[in-house]
Design a protein around this ligand. Structure first.
Ligand code: BDR
Ligand code: CA
Length: 316
């Protein structure tokens, strides 16, 4: 039985790479995409999510439009300098044919999870606002998901927005603190592993053997150029959002440790994910301890790349 997943996403070049990876993987059944700001503003994320399901020949997968602002913090900018003004590497694709659901993302998450208790895995690869709103709408959500596997945070390495914070957490740290403290089974696929797996320009060119791989090659050029300028020694791109999908398909590619995590919601370290290696973090209510997150700390990068290549080029 494939795992039923909802991908919560801000596409975004690496989000697109992740969504197409999931759609090409028989172990996973994508039951919906929900959208969020981050790499682009939410309306464009929704348009891009619709474009992606159409490109993959899966236009019936529902897309639900998500929150347009963080819970508390202001939305000062989106990362179009990383992903292009269109979020797809300035390739200017045609408008999608379809429309989003007539239901906000948080409500779609609640209704889908509660209709399929214990069966839905939530896979946020953007800021965590929709998940925090869904928890507020339905407090029983946490007991009814199968698990949460998120791309975000940095447990043992520096952030990528600044030394403290990773981008998805930085964009809505208040929502992230709610999500990490919700008591659901949660795996964090953070910069600790996503920056270890580099896809070189040659590797990305080798994906062109399929139609979907050609699309990825086209949109990734802008993202590759950003990496060339920001990380001149790297020789490729970091593999952020596709790593969360790889974890779902084959968790054996990763090493993990368990520790509760909280998120700094103000000050210099705003957006920092802080694990407590002594297993003792409390929520704002001092009587409630935070349950441990499953934190990915190492990865078989060659194995991950081989899996990605096989799935993206399968079927021509
Ligand atoms: C995360 O931030 C976004 O730019 C990427 O899509 C990824 O989800 C990496 O920090
Ligand atoms: Ca993302």
């Amino acid at each position: 039985m494939p795992k039923k997943i909802i991908i919560d996403t801000d596409p975004g070049v690496d989000d697109s790479m992740a969504i197409l990876f999931a759609l090409q993987s028989p172990e996973l059944e994508v039951v919906g995409l929900t959208t969020i700001f981050g790499n682009v503003f939410t309306p464009l994320a929704t348009q891009n999510a619709l474009r992606l399901v159409e490109l993959a020949g899966r236009p019936n997968i529902p897309v639900a439009h998500g929150a347009e602002l963080p819970l508390v913090a202001p939305l000062d900018y989106v990362a179009d300098f990383v992903h292009g003004r269109d979020g797809l590497g300035n390739t200017n694709p045609p408008p999608p044919q379809g429309r989003p659901l007539n239901m906000p993302a948080a409500q779609f998450i609640v209704e889908t999870v509660m209709a399929n208790p214990g069966q839905i895995t939530l896979v946020p690869v953007g800021p965590l606002t929709n998940l925090a709103l869904a928890l507020a709408l339905e407090p029983r959500l946490a007991e009814n998901v199968a698990e949460v596997v998120l791309m975000g945070g940095a447990a043992t390495v520096n952030g990528n927005v600044n030394p403290a914070a990773e981008a998805n957490i930085f964009h809505d740290p208040h929502a992230a603190d709610v999500v990490f403290a919700a008591g659901w089974p949660l795996t964090m696929v953070g910069l600790d592993v996503t920056m270890k797996t580099v896809m070189t320009a040659d590797f990305l060119a080798s994906l062109r053997a399929s139609k979907i791989g050609q699309f990825i090659f086209d949109i990734v050029q802008f993202y590759l150029e950003f990496h060339r300028q920001s990380y001149p020694e790297l020789g490729g791109i970091h593999t952020h959002d596709p790593s969360a999908i790889a974890y779902l398909i084959n968790p054996g590619l990763f090493s993990t440790v368990a520790a509760p995590v909280r998120v700094a919601t103000d000050g210099l370290l705003l957006g920092q994910t802080q694990p407590d290696w002594r297993q003792n973090w409390h929520t704002p209510n001092p009587w409630t301890t935070v349950s441990p997150a499953n934190i990915c700390v190492d990865v078989d990068s060659a194995g991950l790349r081989a899996l990605y290549h096989q799935r993206i080029t399968a079927g021509g």
